[in-house]
Design a protein around this ligand. Sequence first.
Ligand SMILES: Cc1cc2nc3c(=O)[nH]c(=O)nc-3n(C[C@H](O)[C@H](O)[C@H](O)COP(=O)(O)OP(=O)(O)OC[C@H]3O[C@@H](n4cnc5c(N)ncnc54)[C@H](O)[C@@H]3O)c2cc1C
Length: 457
Amino acid sequence: MGKALLAGAAGAALGADAPQERLRAQVCVVGGGSGGIGAALAAARGGADVLLVEREAVLGGTMTLAWVHTWEPCSGADGIPRELYDAMKLDPSAVSVPDYAKGSPRRGGCALPFEPRALVLAANAALAATGRCRVLVGTTFCKARVEGNRIAAIEAWFHGKRLTIEADLFIDCTADGDLCADAGCAFHLGEDPKNRYNEPSAPETADEAALNACTLVYRITDTGVKQKPHLPPGVKPGLCPRPVHIVVMPNGDHLLNAVGMIDGNALLHLDYSRMMAEAYRRVAEHFHWLQTLDPKEGGHWTRFVRDTGYGTWAVTGIAPRLGVRETRRILGEAVLTEHDCQAGLRGQKHPDLIAISDHAVDIHGRKGRLYEVPNGPYGIPYRCLLPRGVANLMIASRAASFSHIAASSCRLSRTMMTLGQAAGTAAALCVKHGTPPRQVDIKELQSSLKSQGVAIS
Ligand SMILES: Cc1cc2nc3c(=O)[nH]c(=O)nc-3n(C[C@H](O)[C@H](O)[C@H](O)COP(=O)(O)OP(=O)(O)OC[C@H]3O[C@@H](n4cnc5c(N)ncnc54)[C@H](O)[C@@H]3O)c2cc1C
């Protein structure tokens, strides 16, 4: 553990009633999901003293808490995601498909479901092995202290204790861009109008409330005993939209993602409690539908109904957190747009690509649409990780600087992990050379990422 992390213990001088503690690191990563794990790991491996702040009790974010524990590796899913997968599969009961290369369903492969506990174990072990990363789970970021164009410190709560965390550099991996927004960075929500980026499929008039749908993921198990289909009182058939992605867990359970379960714009009205309550009702109705479905009805999910029959199955778990696909998108020095997704690497002119993806443009919800990117993998510029206006802040999460359309293609978890790896590597270079993020030597960053196994061309 770096000495800097332990400097200045009691914070009596801060003058508030709650117990206080002052911590210091060279790099502070806020949010320990896909982006945060990648960022903290890369920054610590690059030689920086790192503090990783996560509000929940375990790392993994959407993967472990919203139960999106399935990857579809596409181009660019190398580096840290592959390494964590290799660590997870050492436990044969943790992954359904040991061969990572078999992923990428869009190229005839299959999804790669894994047990969330395996991801937590692998991430904890990798971070601990660096000897330079202090992980603070159960710690909620609440305020950025901005001085001029820099964040001097953040405030966070840990079970009744107020923490003040000072750092040279901060990386926002909160998924909602909360640190950036609190530091005053500009952001967009929902659709972008055509005149913003002139994207081919953007609407003339944007709907800011057109957020991607949210889903409460659930898990079902074959009990081996005939089950009586059950609808809770007051829940009517047809309540939950039908489309569902089903993946088979290592122990044979099925993990169900009813894609359009809850309209994403409910998030804008602070309706999280109602959303969760409603999502519970919809899970019940959705499973009742599957249990009673005639496989002749159609839809790719009927394969599971036909092959398996759900007569003896029961819901055995519901994710603790709603799966949120989209909220803020912070404005960075560059914005990844549909032009990038369509141009592909050969058509893009950015000199600072630090990650690639080739996942489809995939918008879920009432304005949903899906199309494959036409020219293969495209790159994501480093400048998308640099929020405008704050000199010592980076972002590596689904809230990074993407258009609404581009975000629907690149938000996948291993791409976010790779963005984190790029941000963390850049942060370590900043610490090493004493330079701010905007002066990182791009060639040095790209060559470091390549040497870590990250594909960027
Ligand atoms: C239902 C659903 C299905 C999906 N399907 C797939 C799929 O099949 N394959 C795929 O690859 N991707 C899929 N995605 C997308 C992908 O899961 C997410 O886009 C990705 O995981 C986001 O990673 P992230 O690092 O940006 O955010 P997260 O993983 O959500 O991490 C953010 C972290 O920040 C923490 N945090 C937030 N606020 C604070 C705070 N104030 N203080 C401290 N910590 C904080 C959170 O607790 C969380 O751990 C799906 C998403 C959803 C919702």
